[in-house]
Design a protein around this ligand. Structure first.
Ligand code: NAI
Length: 481
């Protein structure tokens, strides 16, 4: 029986391995992690991450050919194929701080693999890593190998949170990169056979190692660029009276462009886009390509601009100050159908409003108070490190309350900011909300999900990203200082 071990039981390792176990009953899959609470949760009825369809897959395979364990060394020792799916945060200190990928977790996993292995293994990069990481990993493994042979493959993951199981069942493509040597090609074939249990052959793409590594960074950069492009247009729409939804639709009907990923919003978030672009920028700079680096940097700059533009709109509309005013925040996760808050635009918007001394009342159906407080007191990039390494400064969060109901959050508020597109925000009783708010009552829709005309009829002053502005807002242009 082929044995697979995956190091890292996170958003990628957990769902990916669960689906491999489901589709390949003849393969034994062990998912290991140094985090005891995470593994305990994977072995319980309350899985550590929320993904539609994940519970059913785990229930079917767990204990059959899918195992979650903290005994990292034992499972690596026994495995034929070792996936590494540990976190690869942005460096916070030293050379390349704020841009380069921090490969500490990866390197320690590689050293451990070399230490405990007594038989030849295929080591698969599942984490998103800088181009040429495989070369570094290869060196660590071969210099510590005691005669054991390791083959490195790059097999980046393209799943999206919120639709992970669907994406894994029917991937647009599976990408595997390997060395162009006979041994490299043999390893590549072995991994291909695993995916071939359920993925059609023509969707399994094989490349050299560096193309596979770079394709993942490139794909995320292209996706983020699309969002920044539409967000840049949204600013121009507001200035000219055009409507971003009409513009997006018109643009997206061109088959060369396509309709997906063209929604204007308060900005992109999630653990990957910003980190991967920063990483790409750093690689460009290191390779003497400053013009290319500048080009991609702009995608992040527009994303930051969009968030501060939003904060500016809120503050300038509300008589140029939100000091001591209650502002309701509806939605904190970086998108709907996930509880993930990594790099969520809500963090920057809330910090911006707190900077102007607002009192925030936050409601999100999937995010806990503890998580929100931690996010708002954390420094940039600290979130991707273990909790004990994350500093806290409770003073900033005194002006924040987290409630479990949208009506409670909006009671006596001066304004509402909608920051996540949860379906339930579309159907709230806005008449009731209006009656319980201070007047004039404002709604700032950062996701374009409410019916602005209906809300205006009720009496709200409404700001919808990229849509023609209310007369009230027109006189107060949101110019970012
Ligand atoms: P995560 O933070 O949820 O999971 C990583 C896990 O690795 C953590 O549970 C951590 O305890 C564990 N870990 C770290 N060092 C370890 C070690 N030496 N031994 C054992 N376990 C160790 O991260 P996530 O979101 O699963 O991402 C993993 C990688 O996949 C990252 O490189 C990310 O960029 C990439 N990726 C993430 C996607 C996403 O949607 N979250 C999508 C595609 C790729």
């Amino acid at each position: 029986m082929v044995k697979i071990c995956c190091i890292g039981a996170g958003y990628v390792g957990g769902p990916t391995m669960a689906v491999i176990a489901l589709k390949c009953p003849s393969i034994e899959v062990a998912v290991v992690d140094i985090s005891k609470p995470r593994i305990a949760a994977w072995n319980s009825d309350q899985l550590p991450i929320y993904e539609p369809g994940l519970d059913a897959v785990v229930k079917e395979c767990r204990g059959r050919n899918l195992f979650f364990s903290t005994d990292v060394e034992k499972h690596v020792f026994e495995a034929d194929i070792v996936f590494v799916s540990v976190n690869t945060p942005t460096k916070t200190q030293g050379l390349g701080a704020g841009k380069a990928a921090d490969l500490t977790y990866w390197e320690s996993a590689a050293r451990m693999i070399a230490d405990v292995s007594k038989s030849d293994k295929i080591v698969v990069e599942k984490s998103t890593v800088p181009v040429k990481t495989a070369e570094a990993i290869e060196k660590i493994l071969t210099h510590n190998s005691k005669g054991i042979k390791f083959q490195i493959l790059s097999n980046p993951e393209f799943l999206a949170e919120g639709t992970a199981i669907e994406d894994l069942f029917k991937p647009d493509r599976v990408l595997i990169g390997g060395r162009e040597t006979p041994e490299g090609q043999k390893a590549l074939q072995t991994l291909k056979e695993v995916y071939a249990h359920w993925v059609p052959e023509e969707r399994i793409l094989t490349t050299n190692l560096w193309s596979a590594e770079l394709s993942k960074l490139a794909a995320n950069a292209f996706l983020a660029q699309r969002i920044s492009s539409v967000n840049a247009m949204s600013a121009l729409c507001e200035a000219t009276g055009a409507n971003i939804q009409q513009v997006s639709f018109a643009v997206g009907t061109d088959t060369r462009i396509g309709p997906k990923f063209l929604n204007a919003s308060v900005g992109f978030g999630g653990s990957c886009f910003q980190k991967d672009i920063l990483n790409l920028v750093y690689i460009c700079e290191c390779n003497g390509l400053p013009e290319v680096a500048e080009y991609w940097k702009q995608v992040i700059k527009i994303n930051d601009y969009q968030k501060s533009r939003f904060v500016n709109r809120v503050v300038s509309s509300m008589f140029n100050t939100v000091s001591s005013k209650k502002v309701a925040i509806l939605g904190f996760a970086f998108k709907k159908d996930t509880g993930d808050t990594r790099e969520t635009p809500a963090i920057d918007v809330c910090k911006g409003l707190l900077g102007d001394k607002a009192n925030l009342s936050i409601y999100d159906p999937q995010v806990t108070e503890d998580q929100i407080q931690r996010d708002l007191s954390m420094n940039k990039f600290d979130w991707d490190h273990p909790i004990h390494l994350q500093p806290t400064s409770p003073s900033t969060v005194k002006k924040v309350s987290v409630v479990w109901d949208a009506y409670e959050a909006t009671k006596d508020a001066h304004g509402i900011c909608i920051l996540t597109e949860w379906d339930e925000f579309k159907t709230l009783d806005y008449q009731r909300i209006y009656e319980n708010m201070q007047k004039p009552a404002f709604v700032f829709d950062g996701r374009n999900i409410v019916d602005a005309d209906k809300l205006r009829d009720i009496g709200f002053i409404v700001y919808s990203i990229g849509k023609p502005l209310d007369a009230w807002l027109k006189d107060m242009p949101a110019v970012v200082a």
